[in-house]
Design a protein around this ligand. Structure first.
Ligand SMILES: Cc1cc2nc3c(=O)[nH]c(=O)nc-3n(C[C@H](O)[C@H](O)[C@H](O)COP(=O)(O)OP(=O)(O)OC[C@H]3O[C@@H](n4cnc5c(N)ncnc54)[C@H](O)[C@@H]3O)c2cc1C
Length: 295
């Protein structure tokens, strides 16, 4: 089996390579070849030029047309999803999106992905030749398998980059945090973070949040989002404040060792995931815990 693997996100690409390197010849295409090399792809192609969806899809198309490839696995990023759409049209082939498990047998791809907003898992067998892979396909592990880096010059794009601005990020990597204080829409408004911060400090925790808090309202930076489309965390202690506990949030925190949930609705689904559940107003509860810790 022969696979083209591309992502402009090195973490996702290293997961795709780790998943397939023992059963397939993986040709990895990346803007970060020095980093990717250690994951043991059969061939590593280092992109030269602006990594934009147009030129990248043309480069992948050319490689695929050279023959013998069974599958194109693309990391699910903004660029990756665009590349998959373009390639699907260019190659007149089916693409399957947001897969979190992927196997390939006898010309058919078996993929699993969340459906109905994450409430069910859909497993399909198809003739799709392009799979857009969500983060977390496999654990990225280094390999002793060696390959050389081949330079892959991208064609100039019709799109001109006018400027680049770094995304405002948090100062911590919540995936490594031992204690996380995670806030949901129950926080009410951004200003209320000031009430949660002293509590997080008292329990030596890092602040994270649900998708509405990080993405929709921007109360926290996006890199603090926990969940299916956010970070997968596994702290020793996860304190969920005003989070209802939808499946997409649970997908990011279910490996936490101990979970404490505070919610004013006693039927909130988060309590099914919690080791300790407290029904009440989150501001009252964190105030009381903080006072107790100070004694
Ligand atoms: C494809 C897809 C991907 C997604 N990915 C993610 C993801 O990565 N992460 C994520 O979090 N979500 C994700 N979502 C969104 C998810 O479905 C939920 O909408 C979201 O998790 C809800 O966030 P929440 O719990 O903060 O808000 P809500 O569901 O509105 O819950 C707020 C909770 O706060 C409680 N509350 C209100 N006031 C107080 C108070 N004063 N004290 C105590 N409790 C209070 C309420 O009882 C309620 O239970 C995704 C959805 C889709 C479709």
């Amino acid at each position: 089996m022969k696979i083209i693997a591309f992502s402009d996100n090195k973490a996702i690409l290293s997961q795709i390579i780790s998943r397939f390197r023992d059963e397939a010849e993986v040709h990895a295409i990346t803007p970060d070849p020095d980093f990717i090399l250690k994951y043991g792809a059969s061939k590593t192609f280092g992109l030269k030029g602006d990594v934009l969806s147009g030129p990248v899809s043309k480069a992948i198309e050319k490689m695929y047309q050279s023959g013998g490839y069974d599958l194109i696995a693309i990391g699910s990023t903004v660029t990756g999803r665009e590349v998959a759409g373009l390639l699907s049209a260019m190659l007149s082939t089916q693409a399957v999106s947001e897969v979190n498990s992927l196997s390939f047998n006898g010309g058919k791809a078996t993929t699993s992905r969340f459906f109905y907003g994450g409430k069910s898992l859909l497993t399909e067998e198809s003739v799709a030749k392009i799979a857009v892979v969500a983060p977390g396909l496999a654990e990225a592990t280094e390999s002793s398998k060696k390959s050389d880096i081949t330079e892959l010059q991208l064609e100039p794009s019709s799109v001109k980059i006018v400027s680049r601005t770094d995304k405002k990020g948090g100062s911590v990597d919540i995936e490594k945090a031992q204690v996380i204080v995670s806030v949901g829409r129950g926080l009410g408004k951004k200003e209320n973070l000031e009430k949660v911060e002293p509590f997080a400090k008292a329990v030596h925790g890092e602040i994270a949040g649900s998708r509405p808090v990080c993405l929709d309202y921007g109360w926290l930076s996006e890199d603090r989002q926990v969940g299916l489309s956010g970070k997968k965390v596994q702290p020793k202690l996860y304190i969920a404040l005003g989070i209802s506990g939808q499946i997409q949030h649970i997908a990011g925190m279910r490996n936490s060792k101990v979970v404490i949930a505070v919610n004013k609705d006693k039927s909130a689904p988060i309590f099914e995931e919690a080791d300790y559940g407290i029904v009440g107003d989150l501001f009252d509860v964190i105030g009381k815990i903080k006072d107790k810790l100070a004694q």
